[in-house]
Write a protein that binds this ligand. Structure first.
Ligand code: CDP
Length: 246
């Protein structure tokens, strides 16, 4: 949500980039972009470009952070200095990146089988190379693929997307201009197998009915997002199979 002259975000039922209210931006995911990582994924979602890389499990350090019962997850989300027109020149974490790192970690604490690795840590890095609204959702969606590609046992491959409100209309997967001038933004992460909500944040206000409708839009979009995630995970194996077929 932003100040200034408010542009009209929906004209004749179409959004500024031509999308319908329940339409996702183009989504592409590629596995294995970071060779040294145990698992990695690169996502292009609209104009967002994000890398997610997973390391570990390895001994958690310093020792006092270890949990003798299970592994811990460390997550560091950050925007590169050149990721948007806003100023990112200052290095190091800020309040927003600390918050996004925390909520992202909590998503994965609910799907990774942490008890299998007592005393260990798993490190998740999410680096936003280009930002255009919805980077936390895109980062979580990419990180889920990176974790799945790492082979670390997990119960499901979560996805995330946000739904926003413009006047009385709900719009799926807002870009930055929509995010700036919308009346509300609700990013959500879901475990598609169980339907469990792993993240739900709200900036602005929605009625109970709008939240219900928004969650329905998100679940529906999840079918498409999950499919892209699974195809990305299959792609390297299919390439290898193709080689043998020739
Ligand atoms: O990215 P997400 O929507 O999860 O987070 P946000 O805090 O709602 O930010 C919305 C968008 O504003 C981001 O995706 C960026 O495009 C932009 N932004 C930025 O460029 N620099 C910041 N420090 C914060 C936000």
């Amino acid at each position: 949500m932003g100040g200034g002259e408010k542009p009209q975000l929906i004209i004749n039922g179409k959004r500024l980039d031509g999308r319908a209210s329940d339409e996702l931006r183009p989504l592409k995911i590629e596995v294995g972009a970071v060779k040294n990582a145990v698992g990695s994924a690169y996502i292009e979602w609209g104009n967002n470009k994000i890398l997610a890389a997973v390391y570990g499990p390895k001994e958690a350090l310093p020792k006092h952070v270890q949990d003798p019962e299970k592994a811990i997850i460390k997550c560091r989300y950050q925007m590169s200095p050149f990721s948007s027109l806003e100023d990112h020149g200052r290095t190091g974490p800020n309040r927003r990146s600390t918050e996004i790192s925390k909520v992202t970690k909590e998503v994965f604490q609910n799907v990774m089988l942490l008890e299998q690795f007592p005393g260990a840590e798993m490190d998740l890095y999410i680096d936003v190379l280009q930002a255009d609204g919805g980077t936390r959702a895109a980062g979580i969606t990419a990180a889920a693929v990176a974790f799945a590609a790492s082979g670390i046992p997990m119960t499901d491959i979560p996805f995330a997307v946000s739904v926003g409100k413009v006047g009385d209309e709900l719009i799926l997967d807002m870009n930055k201009i929509e995010d700036n001038y919308s009346d509300a933004d609700m990013p959500v992460a879901i475990s598609p197998r169980t339907g469990d909500i792993l993240l739900l944040q709200m900036d602005g206000n929605m009625t109970k009915e709008e939240v219900r409708r928004g969650l329905e839009m998100i679940k529906k979009a999840g079918e498409t997002i999950s499919k892209v995630q699974r195809e990305a995970l299959r792609a390297p194996y299919e390439k290898t199979l193709d080689k043998y077929k020739k």
